[in-house]
Design a protein around this ligand. Sequence first.
Ligand SMILES: Cc1cc2nc3c(=O)[nH]c(=O)nc-3n(C[C@H](O)[C@H](O)[C@H](O)COP(=O)(O)OP(=O)(O)OC[C@H]3O[C@@H](n4cnc5c(N)ncnc54)[C@H](O)[C@@H]3O)c2cc1C
Length: 417
Amino acid sequence: MPSGTMHIVGAGLAGLSAAVELTRRGKRVVVHELARHAGGRCRSYFEPALGLTIDNGNHLVLSGNESALAFLDVIGGRDLLTMADHAEFTFHDVKSGERWVLRPNDGPVPWWIFFRHRRVPGTRAADYARLGNLLRANASDTVTQKIDGSSEVYRKLLYPVLLAALNCDPKEGSARLAGAVVRGTLAKGGRACRPLFAPQGLGPALVDPAVAFVRKNGGEVRFDDAVRAVEFGEDRVRSIQFAESTLNLAPDDQVILAVPGWVARTLVPELTVPTDYRAIFNLHFKIAPPSGLPKIIGVINGTTEWLFAFDDRLSVTVSAADRFNEADREPLARQIWSEVAKIAGLNAPLPPWQIVKERRATFAATPEQDALRPSTETRWRNLFLAGDWTATGLPATIEGAIRSGDKAAKLAIAKGF
Ligand SMILES: Cc1cc2nc3c(=O)[nH]c(=O)nc-3n(C[C@H](O)[C@H](O)[C@H](O)COP(=O)(O)OP(=O)(O)OC[C@H]3O[C@@H](n4cnc5c(N)ncnc54)[C@H](O)[C@@H]3O)c2cc1C
């Protein structure tokens, strides 16, 4: 048993992932979380306007997200997710009414691109070979410097996928981060692109079992326990301050700061962090989807970008949605419902609805913002950083957040914790 305690600040997926890895190895851990619940930007909650438990955002997790799957296996949450047997993604163009299904084959040799019924209409096999340009991108390249932004494969596949993954227009998005997404999924074959669904929400699958795991393994998770300030000595953190108390760290105590980047910046003044955050909107409509509606539909030429069908609701995701920050809610809900009803083939008036805005959902994954991401290690020997905004090599995602926490924990252990 180590003599020191690891103080983890923030119980989002990054903090929880660090806490799980450390408690699994018998280390002493206390998690300090500002809110009264864990999960941060990935949580489930009861939404009174709908009378339903929903996620704050519809999160797409794929079978190629290896850190997320390993985390689920350790905490015992895997059974609460269902994985599609094969990678199949339906797309719907609201302008033309055209609908198609992208069907990558399971294995890593992409023979699917040679079959018209498996690829995007209007594209040729050679168009997909150009995706390799993303895998070889430099840090300063944007997506459309590497891929023709007027091509059909861009318009009907890369644009919607990368807009969601990067949370910014792929024209300004980092080609290297886009390449990392492709490398972890499509480049490995359809087996790595199977979507995971959480019928009861991501909180019950990813968050609650992680908190239970940490507690069962001797760790503490304290809610309503915001860190207000951190005091630094020459080469180590000396104390952390809460609203009504100060915790002086013993020589062997360490800290993993797993708060959002904009909070970390206020606690560690010399820190460089991403500065440009973008909104993600989710619109939930309380209506059962018609039978046979695909669970996920990528939408082209609409305000709706992705449509998710849950048993009790239809739910829309709009990324980089800052243009709607000040929009009147009801007209927006009506406009989007008219689109959704068409896509779903429903002839129904506006059902009960709710708009959930996450104004600072993630940083915009541009080359400039990527360059601002700090590494796990800091110049203070007992302070490590974790979070989707640290230099994970991925855009701000669940996979990146979990990977960052795991990395911080392993680095602390490697350095003697
Ligand atoms: C609407 C939406 C949709 C998304 N869709 C997807 C998707 O489809 N796929 C995907 O992979 N990712 C998606 N993401 C991104 C994903 O949710 C995040 O990357 C991930 O949850 C970030 O985890 P984190 O632990 O780094 O940060 P957070 O979740 O922000 O965790 C930080 C924690 O620190 C706490 N905290 C803050 N200040 C303090 C303090 N002073 N003291 C103590 N605690 C503090 C916060 O309350 C929070 O719990 C989406 C995000 C949003 C918002």
